[in-house]
Ligand binder design. Structure first.
Ligand code: NAP
Length: 286
């Protein structure tokens, strides 16, 4: 297949590496001449072009993955669709678009008006960003959401591409996706950030320094997502505000109940709760 990728950072670059390994021809569409050169040099794409010069290649492209930050996804689709419409309108009915954005409602509702679109969210990542962070097999054995569409052919093509790089594909509507990821992705970022901010409030500098010296694997695990890409965290909150707030209010209630048990010395009740969480964690980490 001929595949276009717009936005070649961690996710787009890793996708390019895996799709090329499977024998697909991969074209990068990037705003940056440096990224174009580097992408070809590291083997993440077969060819690269800046937006202004992409038209000759696009007439050959079957599927375009939009891998830019969330706010740029719909504008990037609009720019590519407009370029195709002006130069090779017959191609538009063949080309399938998908994305990788971490939220779906805001993107799917707009993108569907512009082109043959299936929303995607591959649930894979690292703490790093940019093209240098791209790695092979990032997606292997990880879940990926695709959103429903009446265009069954487009869904089947997008599903089979994710499956071919090892992803476990789930179909769900954008609202259910956004509520689910609020629980397991967006809330953890805010909770982990709150943990780091709370530690910073220790007023005794000796104790604060000692805590930094003593911090080990437990703190590394619980603080990891709160110490990740700040722009990504902000965008999760901005584009999934309603669902994230619901989870944060529930979290606040649960935290208050834990505080009450500790204040009142309800040690048996606390242990029962922790036994429940020990068992329940396995539901999310199997
Ligand atoms: P990233 O490493 O920062 O890569 C994004 C790339 O998009 C950049 O390298 C940049 O390349 C390009 N870009 C940046 N701003 C742009 C703009 N305004 N217009 C066009 N291109 C732009 O980010 P990422 O982690 O790969 O995330 C990309 C997408 O994947 C996001 O939508 C995110 O929600 C989603 N996602 C991320 C993760 C994760 O864990 N990181 C997981 C799943 C999904 P140039 O500077 O070369 O143009």
């Amino acid at each position: 297949m001929n595949i276009g990728i717009a936005g070649l950072g961690l996710i787009g670059g890793s996708l390019g590496l895996d799709l090329r390994t499977l024998g697909h021809y991969v074209l990068l569409i990037s705003r940056s001449p440096d990224t174009c050169k580097q992408a070809v040099a590291i083997g993440a794409v077969d060819a690269a072009c800046q937006e202004a010069s992409m038209i000759p290649y696009l007439s050959e492209t079957d599927v375009v993955f939009i891998c830019t930050p969330i706010p740029a996804i719909v504008p990037t689709i609009a720019a590519i669709v407009s370029a195709i419409r002006n130069n090779a309108p017959q191609v538009l009915s063949n080309t399938i678009f998908t994305d990788v954005g971490s939220v779906k409602s805001a993107i799917v509702s707009e993108a569907t008006k512009l082109c043959r679109f299936v929303g995607s969210h591959p649930m894979a990542g690292t703490a790093f960003s940019g093209i240098n962070a791209a790695e092979r097999n990032l997606f292997n054995s990880r879940p990926c959401v695709i959103t429903p569409s009446e265009d069954r052919e487009a869904m089947s093509v997008v599903r089979s591409l994710w499956t071919s790089i090892g992803m476990l594909v789930y179909e769900c509507d954008p609202e259910a996706h956004d509520r689910s990821v609020a629980w397991i992705s967006h809330l953890p970022v805010m909770v982990s950030a709150a943990l780091i901010l709370s530690c910073q409030r220790e007023s005794d500098t000796g104790v604060a320094q000692l805590a930094q010296n003593l911090a080990s694997s437990g703190f590394r695990d619980t603080s990891r997502v709160g110490g990740g890409n700040p722009e990504l965290g902000r965008l999760m909150a901005e584009y999934n505000q309603t669902a994230l707030l619901q989870t944060l209010h529930t979290y606040q209630d649960v935290l208050q109940s834990l505080i009450s048990d500790i204040e009142n010395g309800n040690w048996d009740a606390l242990q029962v709760l922790l036994e429940r969480t020990q068992a329940a964690r396995l539901l999310y980490t199997k």
